[in-house]
Design a protein around this ligand. Structure first.
Ligand code: AP5
Ligand code: MG
Length: 218
């Protein structure tokens, strides 16, 4: 069991790489963004509460996301967790440490995915995903083989996110630099931090992550 965090700004490629690790290593992806979007889609009270905050690109409260993570950690199992988009604040990082300790688990690597802002804007504004299986695509760098049809499941239900526009992205980036980037120092001092070049091609980034995982896997 190997537990890792994928840490990086919006569009760094966290979701793309997490899906590969699920397929290749049977790990479990815990994306708080996906969990919140599911809550919105199913119209729960919490989903309605966070919809505006998310579409503006602001962070939802620590209490909500810590609750979601705690619930999923207790109800899912596999060959380790990939924390994707969590933690995003120092209190969330402390809460994750406590949750892992409580269940006798360790945090084995924190992988920082470094990408510059200019590339992030291009990635976010060109992104679309399959509404059925969640495969992530991009208009230029990862189009579907047949226009409008998912390569993985054949669905025609392609979706774009409400917060994938330049205005919300500006807020998301500011939130990242103000509240999430301090976690880089936090995990560096904990001796857990590794960095990959998130600007490289998708398969090359995956190779860099594999090398880190092979070194820490138990
Ligand atoms: P969340 O869903 O986590 O969004 P995010 O962090 O903004 O990250 P993204 O999902 O946009 O990017 P990604 O890194 O997964 O990139 P992807 O692989 O898709 O959070 C959304 C919102 O929910 C937040 O703003 C907040 O409101 C709330 N929230 C979530 N978690 C929270 C928390 N813990 N606390 C508080 N609030 C929280 O790739 C992007 C695009 O680039 C794709 O098109 C892909 O094909 C392409 N691409 C990927 N890799 C490459 C590559 N190497 N080269 C070229 N293109 C690439
Ligand atoms: Mg994502």
């Amino acid at each position: 069991m190997t537990n890792i965090i994928l840490l990086g700004p919006p569009g760094a490629g966290k979701g793309t790489q997490a899906r590969k690790l699920v397929d290749e290593r049977n790990m479990v992806q815990l994306s708080t963004g996906d969990m919140l979007r599911e809550a919105m889609a199913s119209g729960t009270e919490m989903g309605q509460k966070v919809a505006g905050v998310m579409s503006r690109g602001e962070l939802v409260t620590d209490e909500i996301v810590i609750g979601l993570i705690e619930e999923k950690m207790a109800s899912t199992s596999g060959n380790g967790f990939i924390f994707d988009g969590f933690p995003r604040t120092l209190p969330q990082a402390d809460a994750l440490g406590a949750l892992l300790a409580k269940t006798g688990q360790t945090l084995d690597a924190v992988i920082e995915m470094r990408v510059d802002d200019e590339a992030l804007v291009k990635r976010i504004t060109g992104r679309f995903t399959c509404g059925n299986c969640g495969e992530v695509y991009h208009d230029e760098t990862k189009p579907t083989k047949v226009a409008g049809t998912c390569d993985v499941c054949g669905s025609h239900d392609m979706k774009r996110r409400a917060d994938d526009n330049e205005d919300s992205l500006k807020t998301r980036l500011m939130e990242y630099y103000k509240k999430t980037s301090p976690l880089i120092g936090y995990y560096y001092h904990a001796g857990a931090l590794s960095t990959v070049d998130g600007l490289a091609e998708i398969d090359e980034v995956a190779g860099q992550i594999d090398t880190i995982l092979d070194a820490v896997s138990k």
